[in-house]
Design a protein around this ligand. Structure first.
Ligand code: PLP
Length: 431
């Protein structure tokens, strides 16, 4: 008798597929995980089993579950009546904090999901540039709207391949405005700008490509994106929904030393409450109504509870010692995991930066792009995740190609050592 499984089955009778979000099914265990409570880096499921969380709400709970600073900010807002769909002083406070912290931000807007943030950012880039074409990189994930749900129809690794929608129901024809090339190929980016330079509204990029695990852009690639977009009057958009605050307070743009024109920020920014952000140069952001002519609105945009939570989260990220702690934990956890694979003779490669990491089974060289990441041994990944969950460490499998994992700042050295000891037992079952 499992309450987790029983309640999942119950959900299947009223929620489509038994979940509130398609990717919430954990393919490694064949059902969604249902958690009763959470604290710091730990989760307890409906059966009372405890897990060390290495999914961390898909990246949203960088501070850990139930952080006291976030809770206090939320409670103060609830005490004021949480007037929804109105502005208060917390919105400007959050805007100021963001603009002080993230290099490209001069003006911001708030959305609910990251999907909305990339959708509005792309619309704004088209409005500002007066052009329609969007350059995107193979495998980079930008959310669930029709403008971005496209992938190569055939073989991977091609320049400007025919594209096919990733889901049924996507509006046909959008692909004529999309140009796709492989990640980390400045030479191909240059060719595409030679061919289409004056039609390109923007280049959108996962500046640290965490959706393929953890893939870093080369210096040449990062510099080429900035140079070519500037030279051709196109905009550079860094999609930092997942990378923001992950390795330093200014996100991937600070880490790489490349300032985009616009960026999107999500997940960690809300400290576990639903808010995402898009923003950038004032001159571009001023094109948004009511100042300009480009629409961005929504009843729940900038909900005061989430805005309060985000302000508290950013203050926490800016505390001295926050990123040195992240670095200590990532070295110990990811280095330790690599050693476990070695010890058991399992071909598992770990790549990490800041608080997120990728595991690639069956790959013995640095993963540099999506085609590389897709070659991982998915069957072994599913077996690893199932064994980790059975041994008290929670990882999520999204059902696609490579997956990303992460830890929270509430994790201490003792938690890492406990996680590694549980994972030792899990990895032993893969042999
Ligand atoms: C880079 C990136 N962009 C956009 C999104 C979409 O964000 P959301 O799931 O909040 O809609 C995600 C979500 O994983 C993401 O990782």
């Amino acid at each position: 008798m499992s309450r987790v499984v029983d309640q999942y089955k119950r959900a299947c009778n009223s929620l489509a597929g038994g979940v509130s979000s398609s990717t919430r099914l954990n393919h490694a265990v064949g059902h969604a995980m249902l958690f009763d409570r959470a604290e710091g880096c730990r989760l307890w499921d409906l059966d009372g089993r405890e897990y060390i969380d290495l999914c961390c709400s898909h990246g949203a709970t960088l501070l850990g579950h139930g952080d006291a600073r976030i809770r206090a900010a939320v409670e103060r807002t609830l005490d004021r009546g949480a007037a929804c769909s109105y502005e208060n002083e917390l919105h400007a406070e959050l805007g100021e904090l963001l603009c002080e912290t993230v290099p490209c931000l001069e003006r911001v807007r708030f959305t609910g999901a990251g999907t909305e943030a990339t959708m509005h950012c792309i619309r704004l880039a088209r409005a500002f540039s007066g052009r329609t074409k969007l350059v995107r990189f193979e495998g980079n994930f930008h959310g669930y709207h029709d403008q971005v749900m496209w992938a190569a129809a055939g073989e991977l690794g091609q320049t400007e391949p025919p594209l096919a929608p990733i889901s049924t129901g996507v509006t046909p024809g959008i692909d004529q405005h999309l140009i796709q090339i492989p990640y980390n190929r400045p030479d191909l980016l240059e060719q595409v700008f030679d061919r289409h330079g004056d039609e390109i509204a923007a280049v959108i990029c996962e500046a640290v490509y965490y959706n393929a695990g953890c893939v870093l852009p080369t210096d040449e690639f990062a510099a080429a994106m900035r140079r070519l977009t500037t030279d051709h009057g196109s905009l550079l958009i860094f999609d930092e929904i997942l990378s923001a605050f992950r390795m330093c307070a200014g996100g991937a743009q600070e880490y790489l030393g490349i300032t985009p024109d616009l960026c999107t920020i999500g997940k960690a920014v809300g400290g576990g409450y639903p808010i995402s952000v898009f923003g950038g140069r004032a001159e571009i952001m001023c094109r948004l109504m009511p100042e300009g002519d480009c629409q961005h609105s929504g009843t729940y945009n900038g909900h005061c509870v989430s805005v309060a939570a985000a302000g508290a989260a950013i203050r926490a990220f800016r505390e001295p010692g926050f990123y040195p702690h992240i670095d200590v934990i990532s070295e110990r956890l990811c280095g330790g995991l690599s050693k476990l694979f070695e010890k058991h003779g399992i071909p598992g490669r770990v790549q990490w930066l800041g608080a997120r990491f990728g595991i690639y089974f069956g790959i013995d060289h640095e993963v540099r792009d999506y085609a590389d990441a897709k070659k991982h041994d998915r069957d072994m990944m599913l077996r690893f995740i199932a064994a980790a969950i059975a041994n008290g460490v929670y990882f999520h499998d999204y059902g696609g190609g490579a997956v990303h994992h992460g830890f929270c700042a509430a994790m201490q050295v003792a938690d890492v050592d406990e996680a590694l000891s549980r994972l030792d037992a899990a990895v032993a079952t893969l042999c």
